[in-house]
Each structure stands twice: as C-alpha cells, then as structure tokens.
Design a protein around this ligand. Structure first.
Ligand SMILES: NC(=O)c1ccc[n+]([C@@H]2O[C@H](COP(=O)([O-])OP(=O)(O)OC[C@H]3O[C@@H](n4cnc5c(N)ncnc54)[C@H](OP(=O)(O)O)[C@@H]3O)[C@@H](O)[C@H]2O)c1
Length: 313
C-alpha cells in the first residue's frame, strides 16, 4: 500500500491525516512517481481551511501540487521518461504521498545537481513568478517593486527579473534583507511609511509591481507609485483586484489564466531546473518534516516560516 495525506472536511490543519491507499498503477500515458519530497504551498492550506473555494468533498481529498521523486512505472505510450529517472512534479493532484500517478506533461527531469527538496520547491513558486513577470512584460527598462519579496514566489520573481535586467525593489522583514540583497534586489521593510521608503530606495520611478502580499498597504502603495494599472499585478487579491483596475493572476480571481499564461507556468519548471543546475538560481529551503506531520507543515506555512517547507514520505 502507498501512504497519502488526505482530509474529509474543511478545517484547521488537524483535519489532515495519514492514510493507506492502494498502490497506484500506471495506465496508458501515465507515470507513477515514488515521491521523495512534497512542496508545501500556502494554497494547500488555503483550500484546506476554506479560504479558497473548492468543490464539495465527496471522498477523501488528497493534498499538494508540487513534488519530486523517482519514476517507478511508465505506462504504454509515454516517451521521454524511464524507470529510475529523477523528476520534479508540478500541478499534480496529491503530492503529499509516498507514490503518485502523474501525467508526463507535469514532470521534468531533475539532474543530480538539484536536490529533491529543491525540485519540490519549483512548481507553484517559480511557475507563478515567471508567468506574472511575462504577463507584465518586465524587462531591462523596468524598476519593479515586488511585495513579499522574501517569500517563495517573491524570491523567484526577484531572481527572474534581475536576470532579465530589471532593477528590483523587494519588500520583506528586515531579517530577510541580506538574503534579498544577495539575490540582487534592493530590500525595503513593509509596514508604515512603505511608500516613502520605496521612493527613497528606487533609483528612478517604479514602473511595474508584482504583489505577492495582498495587504491593503501593498495595494495602496502600488496604486500611488504606478499610474498604468495594467502594470500592477497581484497573485493574492484576485477577488477584488478589478475594483482597483489592477490585474490578477489566479489567487481567487474570477478571470482564468489564458492558455499562454498556463504555458508560461509549465515552461518555468524545466527552465528553473536548468538555472538551479548551473548555480544561477537559488531556492531557500526551510523545515523538512515527515509526511505524517503535514498538519504541522500547514501551521508553519500559515505562519510564513522562512524557506520552502517540504514533507518527506
Ligand atoms: N495566484 C497564484 O497563482 C499564487 C501562486 C502562488 C502563491 N500565491 C499566493 O501568494 C502569496 C505568497 O506565496 P509564497 O509561496 O511566496 O508564500 P511564503 O513563501 O509563505 O511567503 C510569504 C511572504 O509574505 C511576507 N509577508 C508577511 N506579511 C507581510 C506583509 N504584511 N506585507 C508584505 N509581505 C508580508 C513574508 O515576508 P517576511 O518573512 O519577510 O516577513 C513572507 O516572505 C500567498 O498568499 C499565496 O497563497 C498565489
């Protein structure tokens, strides 16, 4: 039997429990991955806690979109993957498990230079960062403000934008500023006086904003800095972004991602793996917990603990 984290009701982290499930079997066009690390994302906790709408739960619901592991079975007709390959997983359904059935389009090969924990930390954070920066057409002439620059998405956004030649200002707690400087950003503390601090730190006018914080402060400061609201994007304030005239990408937005945006999110997985392997990208790792401690992992992600939290089956 395989092991998986599931829940049967919306609620606090302790609705998550470990259960045994039948070993997955790869049918045509499918792959079974033995999971070595599952990436924990804020969205996992938001869905579990009912802070993002989800369909009624009619059977035990698996958890987790991101992961990494080793190919264990390859179904008929699958090309490009073989038993024993190390892979990273994105946009899957239930990576908090010891083994999982996935489609090959949700996998990318993982070279030895990239750890399973790093591989499990790519999917949502790097995919979101890459897509939003592409949607906002961030380039070398831009001064970009990233709210929540120290988060998993924020750090990915900082690194892509710096690599694409933009000047990047990133908000974070002071204890995270050294990390952001190393990634090439100009750090500023969020909180009272943010607008003035950003104006003082920016070498010229801010031209584009990536909001990964979703606070009223982040929205107000963004509106005060950038007149062109098409160049303010949020990944958190989807439900009310339209009332400010700004753009939202998922995060509760009623407007679905376009096919092009979905494709950018997918494309980010192999691109980020390549950058990690060459030492040109960093994923800050956080606590590693056994699979059975998924509830604790959700408490930690809800407390914004530093670094990517991973579960180890
Ligand atoms: N729409 C989408 O497709 C999408 C995709 C991925 C994530 N998201 C959402 O984006 C957000 C960030 O995700 P993540 O994975 O990067 O989370 P994370 O790694 O947990 O990081 C959260 C960050 O928020 C920062 N923060 C906390 N309070 C803040 C405040 N008042 N003002 C500004 N920043 C503050 C923290 O900074 P310090 O530690 O420096 O205090 C922390 O670095 C989450 O809400 C997540 O659900 C949306």
């Amino acid at each position: 039997m395989a092991r998986a984290i599931v829940y049967t009701e919306i609620g606090s982290p302790d609705v998550l429990h470990l259960t045994e499930v039948p070993d997955p079997l790869a049918g045509p066009g499918e792959i079974v991955v033995r999971i070595e690390a599952a990436g924990v994302n804020p969205i996992d906790a938001k869905i579990r806690g009912g802070r993002r709408p989800s369909p009624p739960i009619t059977e035990p619901r698996p958890v987790g979109f991101d992961g990494a592991g080793v190919v264990d079975q390859v179904g008929d007709g699958v090309e490009g993957f073989a038993v024993g390959d190390r892979v990273a997983i994105r946009d899957a359904h239930g990576t908090y498990a010891s083994a999982l059935l996935v489609r090959p389009e949700n996998l990318a090969l993982l070279p030895d230079a990239v750890t399973a924990a790093e591989g499990a930390g790519i999917g949502i954070p790097a995919g979101t960062a890459y897509q939003v920066l592409r949607s906002l057409a961030v380039g070398p002439d831009d001064v970009l403000l990233v709210h929540a620059g120290s988060g998993a998405v924020g750090q990915a956004a900082v690194q892509f934008a710096v690599a694409w030649g933009a000047t990047v200002i990133a908000t974070a707690s002071p204890s995270r500023h050294a990390q952001l400087r190393e990634l090439g950003a100009i750090p500023v503390a969020y909180g009272d006086g943010l607008l003035e601090r950003v104006r003082d730190a920016a070498p010229s006018d801010v031209t584009v904003v990536f909001d990964g914080a979703g606070t009223d402060e982040a929205i107000e400061v963004s509106l005060a800095l950038v007149a062109d609201r098409d160049r303010i994007g949020t990944i958190v304030r989807g439900p009310d972004a339209a009332s400010f005239g700004i753009r939202a990408f998922s995060g509760g937005s009623p407007v679905p991602l376009t096919d092009e945006e979905q494709a950018w999110r997918a494309e980010a997985l192999p691109k980020t793996i390549e950058l990690l392997a060459s030492g040109d990208f960093v994923i800050e790792l956080g606590p590693e917990l056994p699979l059975a401690e998924a509830a604790r992992a959700h408490e930690l992600v809800e407390a914004h603990v530093a670094g990517k939290i991973v579960l180890l089956p």
